[in-house]
Design a protein around this ligand. Structure first.
Ligand SMILES: Cc1cc2nc3c(=O)[nH]c(=O)nc-3n(C[C@H](O)[C@H](O)[C@H](O)COP(=O)(O)O)c2cc1C
Length: 345
């Protein structure tokens, strides 16, 4: 019997809507400012932090990595590491700091991460991941411990590899898996190429859901647009979007009503911008440079006339020390004038 067959259950499919839609963990992108911005667009979508290594948490500035704003919920902390005791200690920290989930990264292919023996190379060691998940669960105090992984590493192309990985880790107590549906090629591709070059195989994630109906299976990789999300949701429990959500943030404004049957958060781009500028003003008042936060919102007007001019004003380095409200007025004026709407803004 293949590893993990015991974890297969033929019981009725359980659907946990907590993972229905999420924004992917993205290093250097999904920091707390980015998550605060995304919350202006969708209330129900689950948000993930950037990957934080156990080393950074156990030997670094915990508050800098873990401080949360209450608006961010539901929010998951993604951990990178492979020492069960360290991961357990960091899971305890996640609980103390109020996170809603702890996710273990088994998908990152970067060389730095490989040197640390975690990320995607952990897929070759399902029993080690199982031990880590057990230890994390022991200190999670009921917080869900989940795993984000690929469907294979290098030239490993058969479905049984990912099936047995999921089976082994599920037996250790993980019940939600986020499947980035392409292999990680550990040699010869940069992390960026590793997000585009290895082919997507959504059917592997669909098969996982069929083989493990009691598990929550979330599909990730190359998904863009509500129609694609809806199609995948017929096959799996959840969909995670990364780059599309980040670059086209307004697309998230429809998600609460379209996928959660809940009232939408954002009435208009103008309303989101006004709230976001208030957030930037608060940073500015505390002496925190706002451009670092603003970079996450530069796609807000994408697809509308004048969006490019709006972005240019906000990105102009001469504006960096100006109060955000002033920059916002200029950016709006530039946008409307480029769009040919005179006399407003
Ligand atoms: C800039 C960037 C940083 C990323 N950092 C992480 C990370 O810290 N942890 C992780 O599991 N995946 C990371 N990823 C991968 C994404 O979570 C996601 O799996 C991948 O982008 C595929 O989804 P997408 O096609 O919807 O973007 C990153 C992706 C990008 C673009």
């Amino acid at each position: 019997m293949a590893i993990g067959q015991n974890a297969r259950m033929d019981a009725a499919v359980t659907v946990d809507s907590r993972w229905r839609l999420s924004v992917a963990p993205m290093l250097d992108w999904t920091d707390r400012h980015c998550r605060a911005f995304h919350r202006l667009l969708t209330v129900r979508t689950r948000l993930y932090t950037e990957m934080v290594t156990t080393g950074a948490l156990l030997h670094g500035d915990v508050a800098r990595h873990l401080a949360l704003d209450s608006v961010e919920h539901p929010v998951a902390l993604q951990l990178g590491g492979s020492e069960a005791a360290d991961l357990a200690a960091c899971t305890g920290l996640a609980r103390q700091w109020g996170y809603d989930e702890v996710n273990l990264n088994c998908g990152c292919p970067s060389e730095r991460v490989q040197r640390g023996a975690f990320g995607a190379c952990l897929m070759a060691e399902p029993m080690l991941v199982a031990d880590c998940v057990k230890a994390m669960n022991d200190s999670a105090g009921g917080l869900p411990v989940t795993v984000k992984h690929r469907i294979g590493i290098d030239t490993q192309e058969n479905y049984e590899f990912v099936r047995d990985f999921v089976g082994a880790v599920a037996e250790a107590g993980c019940s939600a898996f986020i499947v980035h549906a392409r292999n990680a090629w550990l040699k010869g591709l940069s992390p960026k190429e590793n997000r585009d070059v290895p082919p997507l195989r959504y059917e592997f994630a669909y098969c996982l859901k069929r083989d493990f109906p009691a598990l929550t299976i979330v599909l990730n990789g190359g998904i863009a647009g509500d129609a694609a999300i809806a199609d995948h949701l017929l096959q799996v429990d959840g969909v995670m979007l990364g780059r599309h959500a980040y670059h086209e943030p307004w697309s998230m404004a429809r998600w609460d009503s379209a996928f959660f049957d809940a009232p939408g958060m954002a009435a208009s781009r103008e309303q989101v911008e006004a709230r976001w500028v208030a957030y930037l003003e608060a940073l500015h008042a505390r002496g925190t440079p706002w451009p670092h936060a603003m970079r996450h919102a530069l796609g807000l007007w994408n697809g509308t006339p004048g969006a490019r001019r709006w972005r240019q004003v906000w990105s102009d380095h001469r504006m960096r020390s100006e109060p955000p409200e002033q920059v916002a007025r200029r950016a709006t004026a530039a946008r409307l004038s480029a769009a040919g709407i005179a006399g407003r803004g």
